[in-house]
Design a protein around this ligand. Structure first.
Ligand SMILES: NC(=O)c1ccc[n+]([C@@H]2O[C@H](COP(=O)([O-])OP(=O)(O)OC[C@H]3O[C@@H](n4cnc5c(N)ncnc54)[C@H](OP(=O)(O)O)[C@@H]3O)[C@@H](O)[C@H]2O)c1
Length: 248
């Protein structure tokens, strides 16, 4: 059994899978949560093999917008304390916004996917967070800081205000709460078939370092915030964006 327990939502793909790999390599047992059993099982097997520790990663299938399914994560945690909670599940959900019912559905879907998933999982595991020493990390987006994503931008921005309150509430119990805000990260399922060579080039050109982000770039920031040396860092937004947005 690992020394610490981490829960990573959306841990079967992209940034979440890189975070799960990193935290497993740091000695954590990791619960990876998502809606697709096959994707989670594949990631768990791959990470177990990479870190040489069978059973390091355990899949938990749950749609985190559904309170009843969120209980599956609580059950999987059992009596253990949660050292690290990474609220990474989310994404941009499109929709037909040509009608008001369409607008409502589009905004609700983006709010549910990006805010409710994090709120429900955090509330479910809040009593189990390690005290002292627990870490809560929320995955936002550069879109929260500079716009560009409509309902998605607004939903991610909502995480920031909530994180400040959560940090205030949990700080006296020595639990930190921080936001990691990635810029453009390639090699994930985020863009699906929406990305074009022009779109890729435009995003790379907007960085100061002249490249797309990789899931490991974001995972490194999460691992830092999850680690013992970050105990004095709370209520912060850490941009991992290649310099596409400066100083906020
Ligand atoms: N890639 C970028 O450029 C970028 C930039 C800024 C921020 N971000 C943010 O970073 C996070 C990770 O994104 P990514 O790029 O790694 O994309 P991704 O590969 O699409 O990862 C999203 C993950 O969230 C899971 N998920 C989505 N809705 C869920 C739900 N209702 N319940 C449980 N799991 C759910 C998905 O698994 P299932 O579909 O199997 O449920 C998937 O594993 C997201 O919050 C995204 O908004 C990404």
């Amino acid at each position: 059994m690992g020394e610490r327990l981490a829960v990573v939502s959306g841990g079967g793909t992209g940034i979440g899978a890189a975070v799960a790999l990193g935290l497993a390599g740091d000695g954590c047992d990791v619960l990876v949560v998502g809606r697709r059993a096959g994707v989670l099982a594949e990631a768990a097997g791959r990470i177990d093999a990479a870190v040489g520790r069978p059973g390091a990663v355990t899949p938990v299938v749950a749609d985190l917008t559904d309170p009843e399914q969120v209980d599956r994560v609580r059950a999987a945690v059992g009596e253990r304390a949660v050292d690290v909670l990474v609220n990474n599940a989310g994404g941009y959900l499109g929709g037909d916004t040509g009608t008001l019912p369409g607008v409502a559905a589009h905004w609700r879907a983006n709010f549910d996917a990006n805010v409710l998933t994090a709120v429900l999982l955090t509330e479910a595991l809040r009593p189990a967070l390690r005290r002292p020493g627990g870490r809560v990390i929320l995955l936002s987006s550069i879109a929260a800081q500079r716009g560009g994503g409509g309902a998605y931008s607004a939903a991610k921005a909502a995480l920031h205000g909530w994180a400040y309150d959560l940090a205030t509430q949990l700080g006296p119990e020595q639990v930190t709460v921080n936001v990691v805000s990635p810029g453009y990260v390639a090699d994930t399922e985020f863009f699906g078939d929406r990305m074009t060579p022009e779109g890729h080039a435009k995003r790379v050109a907007a960085t100061l370092v002249g490249r797309a982000g990789e899931p490991d770039d974001v995972a490194a920031a999460v691992r830092y915030l999850a680690g013992p040396s970050a105990g004095y860092v709370t209520g912060q937004v850490l941009g991992v964006n290649g310099g596409s947005v400066l100083g906020r």
